[in-house]
Design a protein around this ligand. Structure first.
Ligand SMILES: [Zn+2]
Ligand SMILES: [Zn+2]
Length: 181
């Protein structure tokens, strides 16, 4: 289960809708209409104008599977970058999302495959996003659950040369915040 290597936008759309449409327990229970769209050339920069219009950025790093289109090799990464732009404006909430790919280590052909996510991981990413939205669009207080990698001990070193987000300087870097006092 959860080993899909295909990028499935509808899984994101459906999960997004499910988490919000629950009448009793919507993740964004403020009566606004939220929508999710994809943009495969989104960057982590906002123009002055976009900022003025209320756009904000959230970057998630999570687990996904990949398959090489050339050699069919399958791999798993604990550090797959998802970039979100979001804003709330006159009762309409918009989320734009971009998944970042990884290249096959064997082929090393600069061909970035898009990630395949499990249902669980989709939910986890969206719940994080909704928590950010509640905080930044609705002013909710946040319990301090910071968004570090979940299980550091299981993560292999991140191969930056094969990571599309790294190649564009977007990859959520390890927050170097293990303060040794
Ligand atoms: Zn390959
Ligand atoms: Zn990276």
């Amino acid at each position: 289960m959860g080993q899909s290597t295909d990028w499935v936008p509808s899984l994101w759309m459906d999960t997004f809708a499910e988490l919000l449409d629950d009448d009793d327990d919507s993740e964004l229970d403020y009566g606004d209409q939220w929508s999710l769209n994809f943009n495969y050339s989104l960057t982590d920069k906002l123009s002055m104008n976009e900022r003025k219009k209320g756009w904000k950025i959230y970057c998630y790093s999570g687990f996904a599977n990949f398959q090489c289109a050339s050699c069919s090799k399958v791999w798993h990464s604990a550090k797959v970058t998802l970039l979100f732009h979001y804003r709330l404006r006159s009762e309409r909430g918009s989320v734009i999302m971009r998944p970042f790919g990884q290249a096959c280590r064997s082929c090393n052909n600069n061909q970035f495959e898009l990630p395949g996510f499990s249902q669980e991981e989709v939910e986890r990413a969206l719940l994080r996003l909704f928590a950010k939205i509640r905080k930044n669009c609705y002013g909710e207080e946040q319990d301090s659950d910071d968004c570090g990698p979940v299980d550091k001990k299981f993560t292999k070193p991140h191969e930056k040369s094969l990571c599309q987000a790294c190649s564009q300087g977007i990859c959520c870097q390890e927050d170097d915040d293990d303060d040794d006092d």
